[in-house]
Design a binder for this molecule. Structure first.
Ligand code: GSH
Length: 221
């Protein structure tokens, strides 16, 4: 690895934040592809000026490609990674755009109001929990196998499960004992146990300019 770093060619750089669900899905997709990136762990209240220069909207993840192009939407980072995926064993391309956009709009909306009641004093957290649960009841009906895409985690699973993990995390005991979404409960817990998830949750210190390169990606599975 040291040799390639000494050459002129640098790796693509991923600005990421460990606990961000958008960054998680980007990291999982990269980890399931045959790509390697340089990981730069961001602290949201102290973002690197280089990241903001690349992407003034200043959300993570941000991917800075070798050719200078910038990808600053997590689904697009996933799509970039998926082009290089090992299709034979990983159906990363299985893509349910309706489920993903429902997740990124309605589910995320209700999740935030349930998870952060202090930020939304005029909202009723439990009403939003119920609305989010209603969405999960719909997913319950779509879950025919261990994963939405079949026997292995698909693009769609990876795109939405980090958010369902957050929903569960507010009150895991309540979630795990819900009676009407048994498949969703098993699916969410299967995700938490999945090596492809656990391996992207390793902790890294905050990146600072001048730090040595932290490589990320290319796992065998
Ligand atoms: N649509 C963006 C959303 C990314 C996003 O909102 N990330 C959050 C962290 S989870 C963020 O960076 N927020 C900026 C901040 O908190 O300063 C994507 O999919 O990449």
């Amino acid at each position: 690895m040291a040799e390639s770093l000494q050459s002129n060619k640098r790796l693509p750089v991923l600005y990421s934040f460990r606990r961000c669900p958008y960054a998680m899905r980007a990291r999982m997709a990269i980890n399931q592809s045959n790509k390697t990136v340089e990981l730069r762990e961001v602290v949201l209240r102290d973002k690197p000026s280089h990241m903001i220069k690349l992407s003034p909207k200043a959300t993570v993840p941000v991917l800075w490609l070798e050719n200078g192009n910038v990808i600053d939407e997590s689904l697009e980072v996933m799509a970039w990674a998926a082009d290089y995926a090992n299709w034979a064993s990983f159906p990363l391309k299985t893509f349910d755009s309706d489920l993903i956009s429902q997740n990124d709009t309605a589910f995320k909306f209700h999740l935030d109001k349930y998870k952060y009641p202090n930020r939304y004093p005029n909202s009723n957290a439990l009403e939003h929990r119920e609305a989010a649960l209603d969405i999960l009841r719909g997913i319950e009906a779509s879950l025919k196998n261990n994963w939405l895409g079949g026997r292995r985690p698909s693009f769609t699973d990876i795109a939405i499960l980090p958010f369902i993990r957050q929903f569960r995390g507010v009150d895991a005991q309540w979630f795990d004992n819900l009676k009407n979404i048994p498949k969703v409960i098993l699916w969410t817990n299967r995700f938490l146990d999945w090596e492809g998830f656990k391996s992207v949750m390793i902790k890294y210190p905050q990146w600072k300019p001048g730090d040595s390169v932290t490589t990320f990606g290319v796992t065998s599975f």
